[in-house]
Design a protein around this ligand. Structure first.
Ligand code: 3PG
Length: 204
């Protein structure tokens, strides 16, 4: 199964912010115990690179990628730290180039039809609609997607256990990303993860 197929299978991508390296392993262990060996480690904290290295080394089978990647240098660092996929809040052609060089999937953030067109020009047809809820959620996404039959979408921004099913019901959406299951202690993370999986009815 390639990386996109694995993302489609799990349908959920926890957005993980590690502020303290000591939290990295307990956080990942909680996700795994919860049934979701998946994490997008965001590159917006000082220890993100170290956390990514540690987690990809400890859990080589897990679907661990890097998020909040906004430039080529960060992208190169993330890939060398073991990221299996790269996610960004927006679209960067230099990030796309680095991902292509290493043959690593890139899911760029898009918010408009023009940005989707720019992604397609770079041969990227799986995009991240961000911030989904602020942009009008499924309703807006359906209107935009009607013009782009060739794309598939991950959504992040404002997804919760209350609306995740509504998003996943739209066939263009391959996965929902978010931080809603990441709040609290490892036990709380584990329980919220279990609940999220239960709500969506397991893997596809
Ligand atoms: C992010 O990059 O922070 C994600 O979009 C998560 O959004 P959320 O916190 O609303 O789930």
């Amino acid at each position: 199964m390639n990386i996109f197929e694995q993302i489609k299978k799990y349908q959920l991508v926890p957005v993980v912010v590690i502020n303290n390296l000591d939290d990295a392993l307990p956080t990942m262990e909680a996700l795994i115990r919860g049934g979701l060996p998946v994490a997008e480690i965001t590159f917006r904290t000082a220890c993100a690179e170290e956390a990514l290295k540690l987690l990809t080394k400890t859990y080589p089978e897990a679907l661990i990628g890097a998020g909040t990647i906004i430039n080529a240098k960060q992208c190169e660092t993330a890939i060398k730290s073991g990221a299996k996929y790269i996610v960004g809040p927006g679209l960067s052609s230099s990030v796309a180039e680095v991902c292509k060089k290493y043959d690593i999937p890139y899911i760029p953030g898009v918010a408009t039809p023009t940005e989707i067109m720019q992604a397609l020009e770079l041969d990227l047809n799986i995009v991240k609609f961000f911030p989904a809820s602020n942009l009008g959620g499924v309703k807006t996404l359906k209107a935009i997607c009607s013009a782009f039959p060739q794309i598939e979408v991950m959504v992040t921004g404002g997804i919760s256990e209350d609306n995740v099913l509504e998003y996943l019901a739209f066939e263009k959406i391959i996965a929902c990303g978010g931080s809603w299951m990441m709040k609290g202690t490892p036990l709380e993370i584990e329980n919220k993860t279990k609940r999220a999986i239960e709500i969506i009815g397991g893997n596809r």
